[in-house]
Design a protein around this ligand. Structure first.
Ligand code: 5GP
Ligand code: ZN
Length: 113
């Protein structure tokens, strides 16, 4: 399955890489909703959080470790940052390749819209 984010992983579609290792890619969101808006994704294609299996437990932990590292490196870890994962249509998921939004650099409101 070769979705939009799979093509970004393959560098077939350009993106601004923030972090990359064997299993994870992080890149800038094309339509940022905050001064920092980075997407952290597994290189393995998983469509939605509903499709995470037990085999993926370590991988999902790595997603969070990478998000934390980026927040620290960008100097927003102590100020605060938000991690969001939308699942399915009503939550606003538009790209069906698992991704963690890292949002930071402004006051976040709650509840989210
Ligand atoms: P979702 O709405 O599925 O939770 O988030 C998808 C995100 O992917 C959106 O924030 C959207 O701006 C971003 N996005 C969609 N297409 C592209 C693209 O081609 N490149 C990048 N860098 N981000 C994209
Ligand atoms: Zn994909």
């Amino acid at each position: 399955m070769r979705c939009l984010f799979c093509k970004i992983i393959e560098k077939e579609i350009p993106s601004k890489t923030v972090y990359e290792d064997e299993r994870i890619l992080a890149f800038e969101d094309i339509n940022p909703q905050a001064p920092i808006h980075t997407l952290v994704i597994p290189k393995k294609h998983i469509s939605r959080s509903l499709d995470i299996s037990n085999d993926d437990n370590e991988l999902i932990g790595q997603l969070f470790h990478v998000a934390n590292k980026i927040a620290k490196d960008r100097g927003v870890a102590e100020r605060g940052f938000r991690l969001v994962m939308n699942c399915n249509r009503e939550a606003g998921q538009t790209v069906f390749h698992l991704h963690l939004h890292l949002l930071a650099g402004r006051i976040m409101h709650w509840p989210p819209g």
